[in-house]
Design a binder for this molecule. Structure first.
Ligand code: LIP
Length: 261
């Protein structure tokens, strides 16, 4: 895909942060057995990755706004554009030495995501999309799965853990969905969950409580790959609602009906 100047700088920033995190990830694997643990080390790796992304993007576009998981939000001189960045999505996976995490960068213009990159250094997979230009994995065009039967479909979600309040709702989601499908996965990185819907690796993904930086890039990828994305509440916007429900066009209605009850 011959991307715009903005997309090219997003890819540059994602790869630069990916090199830093890949080096840190090798150290984290050694820390699993240390009494000190890896928590502080991963926090520093996360912050360092966000600084790398921010330096590259803000040097290229100094007037854009910013919101990042580690550094918060900063208004830009251009009130219509902002970067939405998760420098390390799948933090807990990274902490435990699980090679399933990504750098997620989205560009929002007048409230709409117009460019996206999700980079998985462990698998060397760069997912990109621009509004109206399609979605891509490295040099291959992406299309959502064309599976039409729920019983042949698999889904991903995020499961609430200590301190998350929506466990009863998610247990009800699973009780409704599991009997109708081929399985549910919980990989721990929302950005990659959405990228995998866009790539047709699974048919749908939902999560009831999620941050905008986790999903902003993935929302555009799914839409540009021909899929549907909303918030869990019918017709709601995923980013402003803090929830996400996505699937290919063939099963979105059935899938969303099960989750929405
Ligand atoms: C994670 C998400 C994941 C969710 C986790 C966490 P983080 O983001 O990608 O889908 O289930 O609770 O929010 O914290 O690794 O950037």
């Amino acid at each position: 895909m011959q991307g715009s100047a903005n997309l090219n700088v997003m890819v540059k920033a994602a790869r630069a942060a990916g090199r830093s995190l890949a080096k840190d990830f090798r150290e984290v694997e050694n820390l699993q057995v240390s009494s000190k643990g890896a928590g502080d080390f991963v926090s520093r790796a996360d912050v360092a990755a966000e600084e790398i992304v921010r330096d590259i993007l803000m040097e290229a576009r100094p007037n854009y706004g910013w919101v990042g998981e580690e550094s918060g939000a900063t208004e830009g001189k251009d009130p219509t554009r902002r970067w939405i960045v998760d420098p390390l999505d799948g933090t807990t996976n990274f902490l435990h030495g699980l090679p399933h995490w990504a750098i997620s960068i989205a560009l929002e213009h007048k409230g709409e995501i117009v460019a996206a990159t999700i980079f998985d250094p462990a698998k060397d997979e760069m997912f990109v999309a621009e509004k109206g230009q399609g979605a891509w994995l490295n040099a291959s065009r992406l299309r959502v799965s064309d599976r039409r039967k729920m019983i042949e479909s698999i889904f991903a979600t995020g499961l609430p853990f200590a301190g998350h309040a929506d466990l009863p709702d998610v247990l009800q989601d699973l009780a409704r969905l599991l009997p109708t499908c081929a399985g549910v996965r919980r990989y721990g990185a929302a950005a990659l969950d959405l990228a995998y819907v866009a790539a047709g690796r699974y048919e749908g993904y939902w999560e009831r409580s999620i941050n905008e930086w986790d999903i902003a890039a993935g929302v555009l990828l799914v839409r540009e790959a021909g899929g549907f994305v909303e918030g869990v509440e019918a017709g709601s916007d995923p980013i402003s609602s803090g929830s996400v429900l996505s699937a290919n066009a063939s099963i979105f209605e059935t899938f969303s009906g099960l989750i929405r009850g």
